[in-house]
Design a protein around this ligand. Structure first.
Ligand code: NAI
Length: 329
């Protein structure tokens, strides 16, 4: 007797997802790839599927999850680490299992964080454009060493730890704040001390009720003038308007973002021919000391391959009715 294949619908699919998943897909899983973000309107596309595979900006609210349940969906397989976009209580109430990819390559995000820091500090993005136009003037490109700088890490989990290991190689003085983790790789300090002492602050904690807008006006006030702030974690860790004010007052010397609170309206799409209505985002782009990438911290060959392997293994465990290694409850 042959069993029917497991039907998995992908939302927010990009070309690279299709290439990567198709290359590892077993015969007992069939897929349909939707480019649409999952939300209250697009949820109807999930009809006829056993499970759905979602990414960071898909909306898995109570209403969407209730509709998924009505449509017969039994599994939400997140192809990412963060799960702040899922109403876990609603999923539990409807008996829908949620699995994720807890760690695919913490080094991928940590290395991207470092790339942002070095780009801003050494202004390689500006140098690239100058040299392309045969402009070899160094004025305006003065950088600073990471060696001996104090770097404050908020959240010392997998990515934070990978980041600290890199920074230790640079000879930076690393301090961290994490209420739930201890490590001898760096010195643990209070959040106030971290704000007061750091030349660079990197966010590597998850987005929770406690960390929403953790970087707000009061936090910025405590920081050193000219501090560099780097967020590769989740956009809503930062009150963006407060950061704009701090950039205007010169308190914030540099800002690097791989994530943005309203990114679901913008990121992962080609908006180059569109009028962007988000005035806060557009204001950010006007600062010479702000560098933004569109949520690409995870985007290395190694990480994508690991995301696919873990996601498919998560689905396999569900099909086999085995304990779910990467269940989120
Ligand atoms: P993790 O779970 O290994 O580490 C998070 C750490 O933050 C833990 O040690 C935890 O104790 C700490 N933490 C929790 N609440 C805190 C608080 N209030 N203050 C300070 N620390 C706190 O997670 P991992 O894998 O290191 O990822 C961190 C975040 O990075 C994810 O939640 C996700 O939002 C983001 N991420 C971004 C990616 C990108 O492409 N830009 C890719 C993957 C993850």
């Amino acid at each position: 007797m042959t069993t029917a294949p497991f039907r998995l619908a992908f939302f927010s699919t990009q070309k690279y997802d299709i290439t990567a998943f198709d290359s590892q897909l077993p015969k007992h899983i069939t897929t349909e790839y939707f480019s649409q973000q999952l939300n209250e309107t697009s949820v109807k596309l999930a009809e006829g599927f056993d499970g759905i595979c979602c990414f960071v900006n898909d909306v898995l609210s109570e209403d969407v999850i209730e509709r998924l349940h009505q449509l017969g969906v039994k599994l939400i397989a997140l192809r990412c680490a963060g799960f702040n976009n899922v109403d876990l209580k609603a999923a539990k109430n409807h008996g829908i299992k949620v699995v994720r990819v807890p760690a695919y390559s913490p080094e991928a995000v940590a290395e991207h964080c470092l790339a942002l820091i070095l780009t801003l500090s050494r202004k390689t993005h500006k140098a690239y454009n100058r040299v392309k136009e045969n402009n070899f003037d160094l004025n305006g490109l003065l950088g600073f060493n990471l060696h001996n700088k104090t770097v404050g890490v908020i959240g010392l989990g997998k990515i934070g730890t990978a980041f600290v290991k890199i920074l230790n190689g640079f000879g930076a003085n690393v301090i961290y704040f994490d209420p739930f983790t201890e490590s001898d790789l760096a010195q643990s300090v209070s959040i106030e001390t971290l704000y007061q002492q750091s030349d660079i602050i990197a966010l590597h904690c998850p987005l929770t009720n406690d960390t929403l807008h953790i970087i707000n006006e009061q936090a910025l006030e405590q920081m050193k003038p000219g501090v560099m702030l780097v967020n590769t974690s989740r956009g809503a860790l930062i009150d963006t308007q407060a950061c704009i004010n701090a950039l205007k007052s010169r308190k914030l010397g540099y800002l690097a973002l791989d994530v943005y609170e309203q990114e679901s309206e913008l990121f992962f799409k080609d908006m180059s021919c569109e009028i962007i209505d988000d005035d806060i985002f557009q204001r950010l782009l006007t600062f010479p000391n702000v560098l933004i990438t569109g949520h690409q911290g995870f985007f290395t060959k190694e990480a994508v391959s690991e995301i696919v392997a873990t996601t498919l293994n998560n689905v396999d465990e569900f099909i086999a009715n085995s304990p779910l290694t990467n269940e989120v409850k």
